[in-house]
Design a protein around this ligand. Sequence first.
Ligand SMILES: *Cc1c(COP(=O)(O)O)cnc(C)c1O
Length: 481
Amino acid sequence: MSTFAEEPATILEQLRALREHDAPTHGGRVLSYVYDPGVAELDQLAADATRLMQPVNGLDPTTFGSVAALERDVIAFVRDLLHGDADVVGTVTTGGTESCLLAVKTARDAWVAAGGSGTPRLVMPATAHAAFHKAAHYFGLTLDLVPVSSEGVVAVGDLEARLGAEVALVVVSAPSYPVAALDPIAAVAELAAVRGIDVHVDACIGGLVLPFWPDLPAWDFAVPGVTSVSVDLHKYGYAPKGASVLLQRGRDRQRLQYFATTRWPGYPVVNPTILGSRSAGPLAAAWAITRALGMPGFQGLVDSTRRSTDVILDAIAAIEGLRVLGDPVGPLLAVAADPAVPAAARVDPHHWADVVRGLGFTLQLQPANGAIGSTTHLTITPVTERVLPELLAALAAGADAVRGVPHVDATALLGQLPPLTGPLDSDTAAVILAGFGIGAEGALPDALAPLLAIIEITPPALAERLLTELLARLVEPAPAG
Ligand SMILES: *Cc1c(COP(=O)(O)O)cnc(C)c1O
């Protein structure tokens, strides 16, 4: 008789059944979230490396020396790639958000140590990643967003005007996620350095791509004044989720990243990152992949990605009614409606994404923000090259299907909202969501364009509350009985 309540084979069967409803992680059909090198052996290697490290606790590299050895290797690999000298040290974290959080915490503590008083400020272009909004919120900094142009470009002078004694950190991106702009890193770093202000380069998405991309200005530790850089291993390092690197210039600065305490009756706690106990699996997988690929392997995958990106840029430029925003650097881009053609020929990027999804490719809808209008985001990966003809056909056919259809006018939908007085409670939020066609189990409507239109015109605090409700209800167990 089995000791199990359920047989392992049955359990795995259920898992497979659940996975069947997910967006496909391989094959290039989802152009965000997943980074498929299209090399089955790499997936296998990552799985084997993860399995070997599965029982290890990454909390304590003195007990599990393997963790320290892997981390040293990964840091050395990324540091060399990013022109870091011996003064650049680093940490492997669990992801881009954690790397960004720690960069902000370090800069805040360095600012305080240097005599800063009052509330520290974090200055960044509005296109910098939301992880920095989270960091400012968690660590008590005032977020000072510098507006960007309709093409997603920040003016150095606008940024310079914000620099002052209360600024603990300036964040720039290489490139930014929403529009793939490579911020003016050298100019900003120079202005910050003369004022003694730290500069973080968020290369979470670009860090393992731009070193292999031709003709770029210096953006990494080659730029004096850059004090930290974040690079995600679980993006273009092709590792499973849970691995990123934060590099910092200066040992003394970086030690501020750590949290240590001996003031409790248990083991001394010394953490370079936010988590305590943590998996060493993603680190091992990332390590194995960097070993397997080496510089030539990364170069080859980036070359493939760049070929696909160029083809897609040309293809979108040739579609009447759409245009690519700004001057994207790296394998990502934002697509907007082309204002240069009459309304009847314009293609709304959100309707477009909804139709293209029906044709087999998932693009990412981005709400209008500031000067940047509604866009649709595409992240291109090495595997994209294999589905390129089919993808191009879907992009063109999708545009043909919705050309001239105007952006959703959400004012009527918003009019259904009950008058709001005071904070929204959970049940009222659920009723509002249901009114927008969002089911109790978080089932989203087939078309996302109306949902994005609502987000675009709803006051952010209300939209954030509603989306919180949506996600929270998603994991609520059904009532018992
Ligand atoms: C992905 C990303 C992040 C956040 O990383 P996560 O791994 O999703 O936590 C931060 N900055 C940029 C530019 C990114 O692309």
